[in-house]
Design a binder for this molecule. Sequence first.
Ligand SMILES: NC(=O)c1ccc[n+]([C@@H]2O[C@H](COP(=O)([O-])OP(=O)(O)OC[C@H]3O[C@@H](n4cnc5c(N)ncnc54)[C@H](O)[C@@H]3O)[C@@H](O)[C@H]2O)c1
Length: 284
Amino acid sequence: MSDIRQVAVVGAGTMGHGIAYVAALSGYVVRLTDALPAALDKARVQVAANLKGGMERGKLKEADRTRVEGNLSCEPNLARAVAGADLVVEAVVENLEVKQALFRDLARLVPSHAILATNTSSLPVGRLAQAVAPASRVIGMHFFNPVHLMPLVEIVVHAGTDDATREAVLGVARRMGKEPIVVKDSPGFASSRLGVVLGLEAMRMVEQGVASVEDIDKAMELGYRHPMGPLKLTDLVGLDVRLAIAEILHGELGGEQYRPPQILRKKVAAGELGKKSGQGFYKW
Ligand SMILES: NC(=O)c1ccc[n+]([C@@H]2O[C@H](COP(=O)([O-])OP(=O)(O)OC[C@H]3O[C@@H](n4cnc5c(N)ncnc54)[C@H](O)[C@@H]3O)[C@@H](O)[C@H]2O)c1
């Protein structure tokens, strides 16, 4: 299905609102949905803030704002949100059971030609595909945070993904102004598998008092030209999201480098989830 016009985004959190925003900006008709009505309210505010920021920086014109406002709608009802969709991008919590249950519902609710894409950072796409017949239309579209600024999209192809599905989402990613890479369905794909190791090791260094949070980040920013240190990045990603990814990768790949450090577990238990909660390794 190469002629994708209507996109549904399920999950309106950190990633979902950003994917919906960029898709609408790129000319797709987008419906954004979430199990929590409050998440949709927050997403509306965040999309408005993205537009305002883009206008202020001179990146967007009035026509862009009109296009986003005309193309993007929030729809709390899942069935109504995905009806008529050519592509569904799932961006709900990083939990296999939750995503599998959602994919079973989606398989019932979407048109038979619709492509089902997951934004998972670490879960096997093939296991989500088991909930869908035919599984050939299931694929990973792994966007990065913040979606409107980050150029990479990992296109994750499981053993049963067909070529038409892969080509269609490559086209969508490019139309969204992104640089897609194609990755085999293996734990953590290319990006999370490497990025999580750096983030977890930085946390172990904080635990061991090797240097301050700020200086560990500076080591990577100034010494390795990373645009942002691994601890600040963890704050942006969300500590709960990083913990979930680390647990999945530790379970799937087994290496000690993926074992979540105590400091991460403690902060998540204390509700210190990073930027979204106002406190993580930094105060926001
Ligand atoms: N945060 C990041 O930097 C980042 C980057 C790339 C990929 N991801 C992946 O994107 C996905 C979403 O992450 P996030 O950071 O946006 O999470 P988030 O917690 O900010 O948002 C998740 C949203 O999903 C909603 N939700 C949960 N279950 C639902 C269901 N069954 N139906 C509808 N809505 C449901 C929640 O209410 C919440 O609003 C995860 O798979 C994560 O691994 C995250």
